[in-house]
Design a protein around this ligand. Structure first.
Ligand SMILES: *Cc1c(COP(=O)(O)O)cnc(C)c1O
Length: 359
């Protein structure tokens, strides 16, 4: 199968080789050294401030979202959640579930965030802004410069879920003044799912240390303590951490985050060129390099997903809920090439000839 979803995505060879090996015992100085290097490399790739800390949790991206919300916010906060799709909605659910007061800025499907929408929340007691840098469900990349300026001016704490945009779109944690950055192993990091990460800046570390949250498995205070010596409170997904170590090292060797982002941008551009002339509309007004959301002018998005899967050996990414039949997404993250695009665009042209999609 050729995988154009947004995660899990196709891994690179060395990462896959590591996946076939025995998993080592981890309470050792050798594994601690790997973990300290993972922390250093992740912070470099995200351009985190020097006094930040990176934490590795065993769980999918949502584990880090939940851990961040419960340890850096409390009932004394008032969060503004940018909700433009299912990942924004997840933060709404988390705040609701954990008793964090919040306001919700709902965006219409595919729409970018505008400055005047943020102004509506000035003077409303907001203390924190929560945003998915890329709302993966709709393929909308938010203007983080705008968000950053606004948070700085108002002293708002800023939580940025960069799960799907990290290493696909430019991100500079320090320059943006992001206090908590979240990402996960299975998107552009292109490793198996199972590890999620939090980078906490000085302000976030202070909040974590003062947190009254009661939680055992995702206890970030405990994770900060043990992480200081390259360890985790409980058995982590050791194999994935070793695979991530290899992947991070490769990215650093090949020219760092900038080069990886350029590679992804080139892939996205190539794909978008190839589908001009086919009956698709791009549904995001602010595109990321990671994904292209497409609406067939006529034709069922879900049937296209099924046909590509069953008849062509290709996975694209279907949408859930309301968008199931109208929109599908093509990912540009992971180990993909222009030759893979040739295969996909040939299949799409074939579906067009067969009348499954039309103008
Ligand atoms: C994939 C993703 C997550 C994490 O989802 P999991 O299924 O828990 O890994 C969180 N936020 C965004 C924006 C994502 O794309």
């Amino acid at each position: 199968m050729l995988n154009f979803t947004v995660g899990p995505v196709q891994s690179f060879d060395k990462v896959m080789e590591l996946g076939s090996m025995q998993v080592p015992y981890f309470r050792t100085p050798e594994f601690s050294a790997v973990m300290k290097e993972n922390e250093t490399m992740l912070m470099q790739l995200a351009k985190a401030p020097e006094d930040a800390r990176a934490l590795f949790l065993t769980g999918s991206g949502t584990a880090a979202m939940e851990a961040a919300v419960i340890h850096t916010l409390s009932e004394k906060d008032r969060a503004l959640i940018i909700n433009g799709g299912s990942f924004g909605q997840r933060f709404v659910q988390l705040c609701r579930m954990h008793g964090i007061p919040y306001e919700e800025l709902k965006l219409d499907m595919g729409k970018a965030l505008r400055e005047d929408q943020l102004w509506d929340y000035k003077g409303k007691g907001i203390t924190c802004l929560i945003i998915n840098v890329l709302e993966t469900s709709t393929g909308v990349l938010y203007d983080m410069d705008l968000v950053s300026r606004f948070c700085r001016k108002n002293g708002w704490f800023l939580i940025a879920d960069a799960v799907s945009s990290f290493l696909a779109d430019a991100f500079d944690m320090k320059r943006l003044g992001v206090n908590v950055m979240i990402t996960a192993s299975q998107k552009a990091i292109a490793c198996p799912p199972g590890i999620s990460m939090i980078i906490a800046d000085r302000r976030a570390i202070r909040r974590i240390k003062n947190s009254q949250a009661s939680c055992m498995y995702l206890d970030l205070k405990h994770a900060l303590e043990d992480g200081g010596r390259g360890q985790t409170p409980f058995t982590p997904a050791v194999g994935i951490l070793l695979q991530m170590h290899e992947r991070f090292r490769q990215i650093m060797q090949d020219g760092g985050a900038e080069q990886e982002i350029r590679r992804t941008a080139d892939l996205a551009h190539d794909f978008r060129q190839r589908i001009t002339g086919l009956p698709f509309e791009i549904t995001s007004e602010s595109l990321s390099n990671a994904v292209t959301p497409l609406r067939p002018v006529r034709g069922c998005a879900y049937r296209i997903f099924q046909a590509l899967k069953e008849e062509y050996g290709i996975w694209i990414c279907p949408n859930a809920g309301e968008l199931k039949h109208t929109v599908f997404r093509v990912g540009h993250i992971g180990n993909l090439t222009y030759a893979d695009h040739e295969v996909l665009s040939r299949a799409l042209r074939d579906l067009y000839k067969r009348g499954m999609i039309s103008f």
